[in-house]
Write a protein that binds this ligand. Structure first.
Ligand SMILES: Cc1ncc(COP(=O)(O)O)c(C=O)c1O
Length: 403
């Protein structure tokens, strides 16, 4: 009989606690709570009629293939559609340079597994996407965080640390467009500066781009991948997902990069999940080729930017300047970042806010090391406009009581 299972756990998994955000969601079952916590796209933006039509066609014409095992690196038809899709963004790749993943989280998992030995150094933004932190933590890396500024990470700080440390990082992980959690977009100058660093120090960049096409105002800035290609570089690996632009339930995404890297990721995928369901991939192919992508994105942009405006206006209304509360004003994406006076610990505030029937994600979960405690992530895509106004009012009441 095994009495102590914990003794059997691997060294790395022994202290691994999983997804930090997941733990707070169990407090959100009360239907009266207005949640600004999750990263959910709105189901109002699901293309329901077209999804039903495409599904019907797939089930009627191709059921036997759909429910069979299929190729591990992904469907040829989806890869072709992805290659065409990326050309719009000045990215030119071949089929060997794309591996279909079972969503963005899986793309991060493949990246961590491919590059990291226990104890390896990686560099990430402070704050950054909590799911990336947890995916990389499965390999037990040493994490160095670099502060975010209004126009992207502090690249001078990146350089300073890179010059100081003996062990060079395995990679730099960034979310340049409407970053989760801050909503901040990295400027062109900083993108070029990151590529300079990558070249100078020989460090790959992992560019995670779930929100890139969800721009509500301002000019699009070229992706790091396309800028690197323009320099004839092969330094960037691109991570994409259909979760935010199509729907998260089908769990499909893709990684792009140098042929050898992508082949290796395919090998790892064979060891962890085998194939991504063909049905889900075929839906994504239809999404890119048959479901009028441009019209859909226009609709999403109008819909989400209206909600963002309602959120920003409500913050202006309910949070007087004298409280010293600040928030980002994103040009796209699904999130923004609120900074409260230093004395307020947002993890404690979270439990207070639940009493006021409003929820957010405490900022500390978005730091790989040395968390800052007085910030919170707000999602503005899921709640209705009316709920957003009421949520901000409740949040202000709750914060006021702490000042
Ligand atoms: C920056 C970033 N990368 C990856 C993901 C994971 O997306 P998926 O739901 O496709 O796993 C998310 C989801 O919120 C994200 O914000």
């Amino acid at each position: 009989m095994i009495t102590d299972w914990k003794e059997k756990y691997s060294k790395i998994m022994k202290d691994f606690e999983g997804y930090s955000i997941g733990k707070i969601f169990k407090y959100l079952n009360d239907p009266e709570i207005i949640s600004l916590a999750g990263g959910l796209p709105s189901p109002d933006m699901f293309q329901k009629t077209q999804m039903r039509e495409v599904s019907k066609k797939l089930l009627e014409n191709n059921l036997e293939n759909i429910f069979q095992y299929t190729a591990v690196p992904g469907e040829e038809s989806l890869k072709s559609a992805i290659i065409e899709f990326l050309k719009r963004d000045n990215i030119n790749i071949t089929k060997e340079q794309v591996v279909v993943t079972s969503s963005g989280q899986h793309g991060l998992d493949l990246t961590g597994r491919l590059f990291l030995n226990s104890g390896d150094v990686i560099m990430i933004d402070r704050p950054t996407f909590a799911g990336a932190i947890v995916a990389f933590q499965m390999q037990n890396p040493q994490i160095i965080g670099i502060d975010m500024e209004n126009d992207g990470p502090n690249v001078d700080e990146y350089r300073k640390i890179l010059e100081e440390i003996d062990e060079k990082p395995k990679f730099i992980y960034v979310v340049p467009d409407f970053q989760n959690p801050t909503g901040i977009t990295t400027s062109l100058a900083k993108r070029e500066a990151l590529l300079d660093l990558s070249n100078e120090f020989g460090i790959p960049i992992i560019e995670d781009s779930p929100y890139r096409d969800l721009r509500y105002r301002g000019e699009s800035i070229p992706s790091l991948f396309s800028l690197d290609q323009k320099r004839n570089g092969t330094n960037v690996i691109g991570l994409y997902t259909f979760s935010k632009i199509f729907c998260p339930g089908i769990r499909v995404g893709f990684n792009i990069g140098p042929k050898d890297v992508i082949e290796k990721m395919g090998n790892i995928k064979g060891g962890n999940i085998l194939n991504t369901p063909k049905y889900n991939q075929d839906l994504c192919t239809a999404f890119l080729t048959e479901m009028d992508y441009d019209a859909h994105m226009e609709k999403c942009k109008t819909y989400y930017s209206e909600k963002l405006n309602v959120f920003l206006q409500s913050m202006q209304k309910y949070f007087p300047n004298k409280w010293g509360v600040k928030w980002t004003k994103p040009e796209g994406g699904l999130f923004l970042w609120v900074s409260l006076p230093k004395k307020i610990d947002t993890m404690k505030l979270f439990y207070e806010a639940i009493k006021y029937k409003v929820a957010f994600v405490p900022g500390e979960v978005f730091f790989g090391e040395n968390p800052s405690k007085n910030e919170m992530r707000i999602n503005f895509s899921f709640a209705s406009k009316e709920q957003i106004v009421e949520a901000v009012r409740r949040l202000a009441e709750c914060v006021k009581a702490q000042l």
